[in-house]
Design a protein around this ligand. Structure first.
Ligand SMILES: *[C@@H]1O[C@H](CO)[C@@H](O)[C@H](O)[C@H]1NC(C)=O
Ligand SMILES: *[C@@H]1O[C@H](CO)[C@@H](O)[C@H](O)[C@H]1NC(C)=O
Length: 303
């Protein structure tokens, strides 16, 4: 696997049955929580399972928790498409709070949509404390379009596209379609602000929740990875917290150019000044990177 291009987009819900070794959580290592992307699950041996194993080999003694949303990998995969994100976040907050190995704090790494979901965990659930958040291809300002769907999920994705086009901000679709919950339509900014149940809330679009701002700033580091040839996330700027300028769908703006930053509604400007924001870029399509790149660029944040 050493030089192989790791592709984490394979969707098939594969059952991985293996007893994971019990680690001493206080072994000079910081525990790590992983949240998978759309069409994936906690334990797929070709994606999250492989990442978990790779990290455990590189950092002996580390406790890695790859989140499962639901009772098994099939539910976990389905929930990535259809479960209310606010409920998913609150379920995860519960899991983390009950895990004795995480008491002293943990690092978190989210893949694709799992990244913005983990940011919500940081903003809403400060205990146990998240230390470093690594967003791998996350969409912090959402998406406006689904240019290509991950892996084998194309039928589901066609259906999702149709539903989003017919009314992403209707209550029914907001509640039951995960992608609608980070759908960000720059041509219908009012609708987005009013009706986006998840993203507009965590991005302080309806008001400034001081708790969110305070909690996010508790992070020691917030690392965002952008994939330079990404054909899944539109616009790709969202992976660095940028987005389309409001009122049109062509020109983009960076995080630093946004109102969110200029008014510092979420504490990101303060974090930037404090040197807590890290913007990484890598060649490759969505979530595709080599082990060599991972070891050189992300592992150092986990040691
Ligand atoms: C730390 O973890 C490694 C690998 O699992 C183990 O060999 C070692 O005994 C542990 N050390 C302590 C102090 O628990
Ligand atoms: C702000 O966020 C906290 C943490 O999630 C929540 O308990 C509180 O209700 C929110 N306040 C408002 C005004 O939405």
């Amino acid at each position: 696997m050493a030089a192989a291009l790791l592709c984490f987009l394979l969707a098939g819900p594969v059952l991985l049955v293996s007893g994971s070794p019990v680690y001493d959580s206080n072994n000079g290592t910081v525990p790590l929580v992983l949240w998978h992307g759309m069409g994936d699950n906690c334990c797929n041996p070709l994606s999250m399972g492989a990442i978990k194993k790779m990290i455990e080999e590189e950092i002996p003694g580390i406790y890695v928790l790859s989140l499962m949303i639901g009772k098994n990998v099939i539910q976990d995969t389905e929930n990535g498409f259809f479960m209310d994100v606010n409920e998913q976040v609150s379920e995860v907050c519960g899991q983390l709070a009950q895990d004795p190995k995480l008491k002293g704090g943990y690092n978190a790494m989210g893949f694709s949509q799992g990244a913005q979901f983990l940011r919500a965990v940081a903003q809403r659930c400060p205990s146990p404390p998240m230390k470093t958040l690594i967003s791998v291809g996350g969409q912090h300002q959402g998406v406006y379009g689904l240019p290509r769907c991950p892996g084998e999920s194309s039928d589901i994705c066609d259906m999702i596209r149709k539903a989003l086009n017919s009314g992403a901000y209707s209550d029914l679709i907001q509640k039951h379609l995960v992608q609608a919950q980070y759908w960000h339509d720059p041509l219908n900014d009012d609708l987005y602000k009013k009706h986006s149940l998840f993203l507009a809330d965590i991005n302080q679009e309806r008001g400034v929740n001081e708790t969110y701002k305070k909690n996010l700033q508790l992070l020691e580091k917030f690392v965002m990875v952008k994939f330079l040839q990404d054909t899944v996330v539109d616009p790709v700027d969202s992976e660095w917290f940028g987005f389309l300028k409001t009122g049109q769908a062509k020109e983009t703006e960076t995080l630093q150019e946004s109102v969110l930053y200029k008014e510092d509604r979420l504490g990101l400007a303060a974090m930037d000044k404090a040197g807590k924001l890290f913007f990484l870029a890598t060649e490759g399509d969505h979530l595709q990177f080599t082990k060599k790149w991972f070891d050189a660029n992300l592992l150092p944040y986990l040691r």
